[in-house]
Design a protein around this ligand. Structure first.
Ligand SMILES: Cc1cc2nc3c(=O)[nH]c(=O)nc-3n(C[C@H](O)[C@H](O)[C@H](O)COP(=O)(O)O)c2cc1C
Length: 338
């Protein structure tokens, strides 16, 4: 894993971990930043890609195809490395202009798309024809196999620990990852609960070809969100997330706050009769208030249990360098001694 590169007369030590994921996406380190609503802007995506990982712009956050095109152009000004766009397919009465968003992604030559939510089969031919690599985020082995069947290039396997939508099966990554490894032929990354070099080595040991992180990347200097959000993650422990909206089969792992407690009271009171309209104040349109204004009690926002492992707010470059050094130390020192 260690090689020495000669730069002029100076020997530079570089840590290289080549995996099927680094080869597929033509990146240096097997570390991906997952799409995050109102977090995945050009600043974060470019910082992750510049540090050797794969950064991701969140497509739906941008609002319109034109705005997505602008964000992609901004990202290209900040990095010449590959980056991805996330397309989250949600059930909606007024669906976003997915064909329009996809056209901008293709026209801009974005090399990778991270899909999430429902089955992306309808949009796959257009993406594949344009030579775009597709990684689909799945919370179960059966959905991962489906993604493989329909022609996705890779899967991001999101365990029960993850921030955002962990699905309805509640299988943690210690089971889900080796199960995925037993069944899948396409490469996958571990997602949910990943924070450091220990996570990366553990994920690789369980069969993954890299890791995807959400929550950890929010608490970085490069994440374009309010300082209060970063501090809330640093101050949270692994006990501070809650699962909401289970009865709507739209389970989301969020950081506990006054709005989440209100939401859970309504869930308890209404039981199976709960409708989306009952909790609209706690969940609809709250992301801009939280992420950009720092009004932390404005509503429910996604956050992973991994908050318990986040104790600092480094630059993305330092975070990724630290992960690779720690992984190297674990593999080449700690594990070698056994
Ligand atoms: C604040 C936040 C917003 C997110 N928004 C999205 C989203 O819009 N689309 C998506 O596919 N995943 C979204 N995710 C999930 C992440 O991409 C990633 O899969 C997840 O955070 C991994 O778990 P971790 O937080 O334990 O690292 C979000 C996660 C967080 C924390």
């Amino acid at each position: 894993m260690k090689i020495f590169m000669k730069v002029g007369l100076v020997k530079v030590k570089e840590k290289i971990m080549k995996t099927k994921i680094t080869e597929l996406f033509e990146i240096e380190h097997p570390i991906i930043q997952g799409g995050m609503h109102h977090v995945g802007f050009a600043e974060l995506a470019a910082a992750v890609s510049n540090a050797g990982g794969l950064g991701t712009i969140t497509g739906l956050t941008q609002g319109t195809p034109e705005k997505l095109a602008n964000e992609i152009a901004r990202c290209k000004e900040m990095t010449d490395k590959p980056f991805a766009v996330n397309l989250t397919f949600l059930p909606s009465l007024t669906p976003p202009d997915y064909p329009g968003l996809i056209k901008e992604i293709i026209d801009a030559g974005v090399p990778v798309v991270e899909t999430a939510g429902r089955n992306p089969a309808e949009y796959l031919p257009a993406l594949k024809e344009a030579g775009i690599k597709v990684i689909h985020k799945c919370t179960s082995v059966r959905h991962s196999l489906k993604a493989q069947d329909i022609g996705c290039d890779a899967v991001s396997v999101d365990g029960f620990e993850c921030g955002g939508h962990p699905g309805e099966d509640d299988i943690p990554n210690f089971i889900l990852l080796p199960r995925a490894a037993d069944e899948l032929e396409i490469p996958f990354v571990a997602s949910g609960g990943m924070a450091d070099g220990r996570s990366l080595v553990g994920a690789m040991a369980l069969g993954a070809e890299g890791m995807n992180m959400g929550t950890r990347f929010i608490a970085t200097q490069d994440a374009p969100v309010h300082q209060n959000v970063k501090e809330a993650i640093v101050n949270a422990s692994e006990l501070d997330t809650r699962l909401v909206m289970r009865s709507l089969r739209n389970t989301e792992r969020v950081l506990n706050n006054a709005a989440v407690e209100r939401l859970m009271e309504k869930e308890k009171a209404l039981g199976a009769d709960l409708k989306f309209e009952d909790i609209i104040d706690e969940v609809a349109g709250v992301y801009p208030k939280i992420m950009h204004e720092g009004t932390m009690e404005a509503g429910a926002w996604s956050c992973g249990m991994v908050a318990g492992l986040v104790n600092d707010i480094p630059t993305v470059q330092d975070l990724i360098d630290g992960i690779m050094s720690q992984a190297d130390e674990i593999i080449n020192s700690r594990l070698k001694n056994f």
